[in-house]
Design a protein. Sequence first.
Length: 376
Amino acid sequence: MERILILAPHTDDAELGCGGTIAFLKEAGKQVYIASFSIARESLPSDASPDLLTEEFKNAMHMLGIPKENLRIYDYPVRRLTAFRQELLESLIALKKELKPDTVFLPSEHDVHQDHHVVYAEGLRAFKDITILGYELPWNHITYRAQAFMPLQVNHLKQKWLALQAYKSQIALGRPYFDWDFINGLARVRGVQIKMQFAESFEVVRINLGSQIGKLVIDNKREKFQILPLTLDDVTLRGKQLIELGRDFVWGNWKLDNFLQELPDKWVMSSYAVDQMNQPIGYLIASVKGGAAHIHRIIVAPTWRSKKLGTALIRNLEEQIQKFNLARITLKVDVKNYSAIGFYCKLNFEVAAIYKEDNLLLMQKTVNGDEKAISR
């Protein structure tokens, strides 16, 4: 799944059906294209700009990180796509030739909206030789088969909700599916089905195993992982897994209370890593302390050590602190933890202080500026 095309009958359908998945795919570095087939001019109030939904669509896509050059906007009349089936099919075939997607998301086979059904049927005709997944819009379904799932983190869900807030014209109409409680609730239901916190579900229309499995094997050889913001919800849901990661740490393991302790800007500085199965494999807990980002804890699963994961967690923190105009990262390490000290030195940390009574070193790294280490 490298080149993804999402077919939206109307300008808000892609975000509603798979906005979290779009955020996840963009974060994973995939090429994502969105095609919207109706900007619903006829549904707008008489005093509204005819391009209102077009602009709202572009703003929503910006929130999800989709550049304008990856958008394809058509002006078929709303609720009358049935009368333009052949023209729509020709548009789809042109998209296939231009974009060469390996995966297509479109409305579910069981979506009862007339425009959605046309996009599904013609999309199936145009892309029948590649992977096709049908997204969920519950208010349009009498039946629906949740067969495939995309696990999501809370940041993906928040991106989806923020994107939908761009549709002020639809929110003003009181559409209940733009509400955070609905978006959060549905994602939690789908997450429970696969023992995850959040997910979006899809109907499997067709799977091209050649492209999907082949890529997964390559990714496993590269030992890919993903770094995510650590939130209070993540700790509540995954607390036992996070505790287990540090079980062999000879300098003391954390309990759940340690993870839940409130510290300045902790939830924007901290992060954790997951493998391809979305299982935690490491974490970094940090907060703002003394004008620096202070690392309270960094743990990497034994099977992931010496694979650059610890480096990636610290690099991620370096990127975060620059947004807050902080110049330094600090941490404390036991004077006998030689492997950790060597690791930090390789990342350009220096000894800033020695606490003999506690057998600890205070180490620091300057990220911005030329601040020199001190000694004591």
